[in-house]
Design a protein. Structure first.
Length: 249
């Protein structure tokens, strides 16, 4: 299943039969990844007038109701509408879903009591490379990220200058394995969100941030094609499944 994609007049070949999934699944219990002080998501059979939507409980179908918040419970992609009065539908940010991307690995630096991904680190990792998307894997990188309870833990985040650097480089899609690009408790400043989406100038309504990814250790740093698969919801954020495809020689 070899496909050819063109970017900047150059052809790239990828194997559609060899996807590298960066998403974290939501099971609907307390073992799910979680942030922002919300209770766990739930996936439960609908109950009404004696009906229970579960084949195991005698129904002819499974009919589950799912309650969750995309920002807190699952891999999600968001637009500037996350921080503006105006609803900016995340699905309208996309006219295509494949992007040339760079995967980089960063060990956050200790600054006072925080662990921070700096502009210097991103500048060193990306150099002069021209990419549409960047996938940031932070160290240490363990499978515990798939079920971590982030509330009140002050997880790592990006410094404002790092987000401004990515904006200046023309990065349209930023993906991180963190609950947020910003500090957990920052008095609502959201410095990185604002810098990346350029809220003090012309809004970057087509730029997106994807949080709560997990980049397996088998995925090496380097250049890939990224496919961002989206749930069709009209909202500032929606569950998403980012998929990497290695570029064939």
């Amino acid at each position: 299943m070899i496909a050819t994609l063109k970017y900047n007049s150059k052809n790239y070949k990828i194997d559609l039969a060899a996807p590298l999934d960066l998403s974290i699944a939501m099971k609907g219990d307390k073992t799910d990844v979680n942030a922002w002080y919300l209770p766990p998501a739930t996936i439960k059979p609908h109950k009404e007038d004696g009906f229970v939507g579960s084949v195991a409980e005698g129904a002819s179908i499974n009919f589950n109701t799912i309650t969750f918040n995309p920002h807190a419970h699952i891999t999600h992609t968001e637009t500037v509408g996350h921080i503006t009065e105006k609803l900016v539908d995340v699905n309208k940010a996309f006219k295509r879903y494949f992007f040339l991307a760079e995967v980089i690995t960063v060990a956050p630096e200790k600054i006072n009591e925080d662990w921070v991904v700096s502009k210097k680190q991103l500048s060193y990792a990306l150099g002069n490379k021209k990419r549409e998307a960047v996938v940031i894997r932070t160290l240490p990188n363990t499978k515990a990220k798939k079920s971590r309870q982030y509330a009140h833990t002050n997880p790592p985040y990006l410094e404002e200058a790092a987000a401004a650097f990515l904006k200046k480089k023309g990065i349209q899609h930023l993906l991180v394995d963190l609950p947020s690009v910003d500090k957990e408790k920052d008095d609502g400043l959201l410095l990185c969100h604002n810098a990346f989406w350029n809220t003090k100038g012309k809004l970057r309504e087509k730029a997106t941030i994807t949080e709560f990814i997990y980049v397996p250790n088998k995925v090496k740093d380097g250049t890939y094609f990224l496919n961002i698969q989206m749930a069709p919801m009209v909202n500032d954020a929606t569950p998403s499944r980012p998929i990497l495809y290695a570029i064939l020689d």
